[in-house]
Design a protein around this ligand. Sequence first.
Ligand SMILES: [Zn+2]
Length: 251
Amino acid sequence: MKPFKVRLRFHGDLSVFLGSKSGNAVIERGLAEKTSIKDVIESCGVPHPEVDLILVDEQTVGFDHTLANDTNVEVFPVENRNTYRTDKSLQSVGIASFVADVHLGGLTRNLRLLGFDVAYRQNADDHQLLEVMVRENRALLTRDRRLLMHAIVQHGYWPRSQNADEQTIEVVGRFDLSELIAPFTRCLRCNAPLEEAAKADIIEELEPLTKIYYHQFRRCPGCKQIYWSGSHFPKLQRRVEEIRSRVRGKA
Ligand SMILES: [Zn+2]
């Protein structure tokens, strides 16, 4: 078949994936055979879970669309959703359960602090991450964009920042979770939802001063960790409030 040219323009912050120092978000690809739009977009470095809307010559298309002749393609991230009205969004929001890769321990802890369900294992390999993602219907959080490009990944996100607090704000924004924040309801260590614990049932395990000054406790049914609003609590509360206000500021 006759070789053809595809001109792709990447909108919003999708340019972070292109590796172009000039900030140029337009890429031209010469092709000699029919190719799916998904493959062309990923060949530019942009993982498909980051793509919310594709326009091919001004028509919305899905990932299975095939390119076979000269074409202009516009590619939008979820962050641009408010500027383009369409019922052809390729991504979902409102997903509140995740699996995070080994490099995202800080983000995992923050999201659990906000009450979100995040599966995390310090030594999980790629295969295990994908398996948990599929089996438990979780969105994948990873800084490995090759992993995010894996064909079985349906929902996922590549945190832009390397800072855990920034990443948390990004994830809450990307999946539109600000209304679902429920701080101090989940175990930071093992992810299990916390249960109220009667002081009488746990008093043997408390330090002498904790016994005297605190009366309300929660316990993790998984790892048995006991939580109370002790000296560490104001710091965590400030962190929650800061994340909340910055999420609001972004909306
Ligand atoms: Zn626990």
